[in-house]
Write a protein that binds this ligand. Structure first.
Ligand SMILES: Cc1ncc(COP(=O)(O)O)c(C=O)c1O
Length: 396
């Protein structure tokens, strides 16, 4: 029989073996520090807690309070006894936040994508997916059994070429709002136009855009004034990133929400999210709505760091990707080992920046993925830039 040990050895030889690092948050001085097992404190430049909410006292208090009333576990799936007033309350609030007719909670973003896409499509349908889409979108597409066509990243000519030649009875364009590993923003206005022209639905995974993009963090669609078009847009988001909690949602037309309640297996056949967690998410949502200055600060931090990084990287072989104000600042190194080495050195100096390797990113594009938070302080950004400058100079 083929041995699993050999498989692991193969991963090791290709520099692809993943190891888990134990890191506890250190919430004593704000929401951006990590403690290692040896007791070292690191500045977290890798998590997606963009607004510094995971340890916010209001979010923590909401969870504690709800645990006293609701208990911890939810006891059953949503369609049995797992739909509490907390679930209904958050669904209503998220629909309002997103300007959608309705919303439905899922236990995670991974489950939302692998549950919803197969519920929406079948064999005779076709998916048009941006080539750099997240693994959960690819898995959802494969589970649906619809045919899958992938277009070059954010390339609208390529998307149109594929749409034009399709004879599928139902078409679904899948894209992320803010791309998780690249920091690029989807050209959603053009995607909406193409969807209208070729009679397609849009599935927008705004996991990283929600709480981050748009003047008040409503995400990639905020401020675009889309009205009639919304009848064909299905939006997905997670609470595990800017909300600082856990869980996910689909927001969209009422009939889509009804369909998912009836057809999405990941929704139907899984114990529902615990009510205390939902209460924490509702508290985080209130903070996002009431304190838009967090989003402004995130943008200010992102623009500042990226501008400096651009200067530091000029003339080096390392490429900085992404939009000017994106809180995701990937530095593409190329091969796995040098990316891992840079990451190790940064960690040894107190900056937790992980190297991202294939299969999470395409072969030959291993990168340091720096993520920013509104909780980062200016002097922390400056020290990171100084350290990176030294490292990059060595490679020039
Ligand atoms: C674009 C995208 N979609 C979906 C997910 C999955 O979300 P969750 O972490 O809630 O499962 C992630 C997070 O890893 C993501 O980056």
């Amino acid at each position: 029989m083929k041995s699993y040990k050999d498989e692991i050895k193969g991963l090791e030889e290709r520099g692809l073996k993943r190891r888990l690092t134990t890191l506890d948050p250190d919430l004593s001085h704000g929401d951006r520090l990590l403690k290692t097992e040896e007791g070292r404190t690191l500045i977290d430049f890798s998590s997606n807690d963009y607004l510094g909410l995971k340890g916010d006292p209001r979010v923590v208090a909401a969870m504690k309070g709800a645990a006293e009333c609701f208990g911890v576990g939810s006891g059953a799936s949503r369609s049995i006894t797992g739909s509490t007033s907390q679930h209904a309350g958050l669904e209503e609030e998220i629909a309002t936040f997103k300007g959608a007719q309705g919303a439905l909670l899922f236990n995670s973003g991974y489950q939302a994508n692998t549950g919803s896409i197969p519920a929406l499509l079948s064999r005779s349908d076709e998916i048009f997916m941006d080539r750099l889409s997240h693994a959960s979108l690819i898995d959802g597409a494969l589970l649906s059994r619809a045919s899958l066509s992938r277009f070059a990243h954010c390339d609208m000519d390529d998307l149109e070429r594929l749409l034009k030649s399709s004879t599928a009875s139902r078409k679904l364009i899948i894209t992320e709002g803010l791309f998780s590993m690249d920091g690029t923003v989807a050209p959603i206005e053009e995607i909406v136009q193409l969807a209208g022209r070729y009679d397609a639905y849009i599935y927008l995974d705004d996991s990283h855009g929600t709480g981050v993009l748009g003047p008040t963090g409503r995400g990639r669609l905020e401020g675009l004034g889309l009205k009639a078009e919304r009848a064909h847009i299905i939006e997905m988001g997670t609470f595990g990133k800017a909300f600082g909690t856990y869980g996910a949602f689909i927001a969209g037309p009422k009939e889509i929400i009804d369909l998912l309640v009836n057809r999405a297996r990941a929704f139907i056949f899984s114990t529902s999210l615990p009510a205390p967690l939902i209460s924490a998410t509702r508290a985080a949502l209130r903070v996002i709505i009431d304190e838009p200055e967090r989003i402004d600060k995130l943008r200010e931090n992102s623009t500042y760091l990226r501008k400096k990084l651009k200067n530091v990287m000029s003339g080096s072989a390392i490429e900085l990707l992404g939009e000017e104000d994106s809180p995701i600042a990937p530095l593409v190194v190329g091969d796995n080992s040098p990316a891992m080495d840079l990451s190790k050195r940064l960690i040894s100096l107190g900056f937790y920046i992980q190297a991202i390797r294939p299969p999470t990113v395409p072969d030959g594009t291993a990168r340091l993925r720096i993520t920013l938070s509104s909780a980062h302080r200016r002097e922390e950004l400056d020290s990171l830039i100084e350290i990176l400058e030294g490292m990059i100079d060595e490679t020039k």
